[in-house]
Design a protein around this ligand. Sequence first.
Ligand SMILES: [Ca+2]
Ligand SMILES: [Ca+2]
Length: 358
Amino acid sequence: MIVSPRRAICPLLFSRTTDFTRLALKWSRIRTLPLLMLLIPFCCFAIEAQESLTNGGNHTGTIGINKTNFYTFTGNSGQSIVLRVGGTNVVPRIDLYAPGGARIATAPPLAPGGGSHDALLATRLTAGGIFTVGVSSYYGGGTGAYSLRFVDTPGSPIVPIGDQGGVLQNGAHNSGIIDLGDLDVWTFTGNAGDNIQLRMGGTNLVPRIDLYGPNGALITSAPNIDPGGGGRDALLTGALSANGIYTVVASSYYLNGSGTYSLTLARSPGPITVSPLDQGGPLINGARHDGYIDVGDLDVWSFTADAGNSIQLRMSGINLVPKLDVYGPDGALIGSLPASAPDGGNRDVALGGQLTES
Ligand SMILES: [Ca+2]
Ligand SMILES: [Ca+2]
């Protein structure tokens, strides 16, 4: 709830925030001009109280008729921010204002239609200071409850009670729910030269992953092409170029989407966490390791070897096209199979060779 200090100071005089005319008439009748001159500037130029946005937080509110609810946050040049609003029965609009008051961006950029209840605004700040965010109805006269999500990276995002996010452990299986307009913020610590995979599977959601570097820049997003409404699996791979804390924002690829998801980080090199009922960990020479790949799953295994050792790895899938990626002790990708997009009926991949590192 946003409370106007004008109302707090003059509760009897202000039944609406625009009641300045009525106020002036009341005071002119009782002819207390000196006091009026003292109060009017204070009341008129007081700034509306604005709720501060919390990184990772969910800020709920209600849009009144032709009203805008304002929020503020302190940003630095180079930070990336993401704002997303889900409205229960309102078509939400987000306006972002720079510290000087100029409007930087508006979402949605085009008329979304009356059925849209999800607005997304993502940008990288080019100046520092106190920024203002306005949340309103895109269409005149619209009202309703909403939830505003805010991500500010780099930073220290909170995980709201009942929501999901936090630290991603290498190999661990994380599950969550994307509500309408939700952004779940996850982080992990990486080093230059590490190779990572991030994979997100949606049960009834088209998943989206955005990866931000320690300097706040958006590194990449997955999927990077329109996956279609049936897309349920997003994969992001690559080598890290800097040491620090990386931010992963999990959301719905399409506006107005919601549903459950799983998210897994594989990072090499690094210790492996195997979640209960999931698979991974040390491979034993000659042993058979059975596993299960859910939609969006990554199972992370490891083995210790010396330079000059020869290895063979073979993976078969019962009703799955298997994929095998092998990373060296320094995190470099040694090999991937299949090397090119396989036939959908492929059920067997094998990788062998002599190791050059210990
Ligand atoms: Ca969530
Ligand atoms: Ca698994």
